[in-house]
Design a protein around this ligand. Sequence first.
Ligand code: ADP
Length: 385
Amino acid sequence: MSLNSGSIRVGVIGGGQLARMMVPPAIHLGLRISVLAETEGSSAERAADMVGDYRDAETVYAFAETVDVITFDHEHVPQEILYGLEERGVAVHPRPDSLQYAQDKIVMRTKLAELGVPIPNWAAVADEAELQKFIDANGGRAVVKTARGGYDGKGVRVISDASEVSDWFTALAEDARGGHLLVEELVDFTRELSQLVARRPSGETRTWPVVETIQLDGVCAEVIAPAPVQNAATLDEAARIGAIVADGVAVTGVLAVEMFETRDGRVLVNELAMRPHNSGHFSIEGSVTSQFEQHLRAVADLPLGDTSMTAPAAVMVNVLGGPAEGPMPVRYAKVLAEHPRAKVHSYDKMPRPGRKVGHVTVTGDNLEEVLAEARAAAAAFGSGE
Ligand code: ADP
């Protein structure tokens, strides 16, 4: 507890936009938030109490001494440091036993199989011969993923010959920890869905409506909330899977379960994220309780808030850096002037091609109109196309 007010002190490891978007609700809830940012100039650096390397145990332990509970903006903090925190009596949410399922895609697939939720055919392969066998047995094409460290489609390749990932096998062979690559069947999906769930240490959970996510080049481009109903049973199935996974991995905080809806009407889990997630940004304006507020409530072990929609439809469109037409402040003023209904979020990051630098959310009664306005506002704010 902080000395003057008794408010709970939440420490976030990682200084990206997710940490940044936790700051306003932390203030509203009366929590004290601080951030361990990796570099000066990180998106959440204004809230940072420390800049340092999250892979350095002493840095993380020193940061932890200043807070009551540790949570995360990303999943990359090494397990030995997370267990070291728990040994020192620090509350860590999600706990390392849970977080491992979001840190390593092979550990995740093994757990999902054990929980009995539907997933694509997969295998952990140690060399090109094993990989080629899987490809040949699954229609001649497959998706290969590095188990660790991938994001936004980096670390994902669709291949038809094992030699197309020989560089990854070479890198694994040079890594002292060794390891395997994950290979999956190439799923013939009609769309991607995401179920967000928040869970408290006590097991209390709240879910948001299932949303549809649209990716371009492996990067989330748009989110439609709630997911348009094509088949009500599919959305019920996605919600059912989300609940099983949240309990099965005993998450604390927000969990995103990313799923494929297949042409033949099945729902298959793609992957898990244990933190606020891009598919939940809509909830800042679109839900009574945003994912960022809910994550803080959950990790501080406070009662969870209502997750109902504030409007029939919410659309979030990501803004990626690109070849800019004019300086950011000029475009920013222009988009605010031209789209007064749009909520424009800037992450205060240096725009680089393809880097997520902000997002736009529009809520309303009519999905077509909301979608058109969100796209127009994001385009005006974004690359200047
Ligand atoms: P990342 O961790 O980089 O986000 P994902 O595992 O989510 O990687 O994969 C990124 C994207 O690649 C997915 O959103 C999906 O569009 C596509 N993808 C991943 N796995 C498969 C698969 N087994 N079949 C078809 N497409 C896939």
